[in-house]
Design a protein. Structure first.
Length: 149
């Protein structure tokens, strides 16, 4: 596994590719999963002309049969997406589509993505030395040793 540093130019190109994949689909709202999904959701909201919605409005207002686009930067394990998708669709019959810039190769619960990669992705708005979660330190330990920085 490699650490891949995404530049702002590459980030913009990835966003454009995602817009192109989604442009023929219709959505009522876009929700970006904090933190990584928010910049992507804002971009998609502008380019697809779809309203950006916050979590509490999404969860507590009657969104019966609304088409929701859930967006994240990377689907790493699929756990967050599955929890959110199940929680929202069970309560209000929302029609949910999930999109991300990246997904891990073993993840199969997302169809709208730009690239499948095993690499550790560092986005341009993240700090390079940001401390990973305990989960990521365990799973990707070879990336976070002092010799690999």
């Amino acid at each position: 596994m490699q650490k891949r540093i995404i530049t702002y130019q590459e980030f913009g190109n990835l966003l454009d590719q995602l817009v192109n994949k989604l442009k023929d689909l219709k959505f009522d709202y876009i929700y970006g999963i904090p933190r990584g999904g928010l910049p992507i959701a804002i971009h998609l909201s502008h380019h697809l002309d779809v309203e950006l919605i916050d979590y509490w409005t999404l969860k507590w207002n009657n969104q019966l049969n609304k088409r929701i686009l859930l967006v994240d930067d990377i689907v790493d394990t699929g756990k967050t997406i599955n929890i959110l998708r199940n929680e929202l669709s069970l309560e209000s019959n929302m029609i949910i589509t999930v999109a991300a810039l990246f997904k891990r190769p073993k993840i199969d619960n997302i169809k709208m993505y730009v690239e499948s990669t095993p690499d550790w992705i560092v986005f341009p708005f993240e700090t390079y030395e940001e401390e990973p979660s305990e989960y990521h330190q365990e799973v990707y330990s070879e990336l976070f040793t002092k010799d690999s920085k």
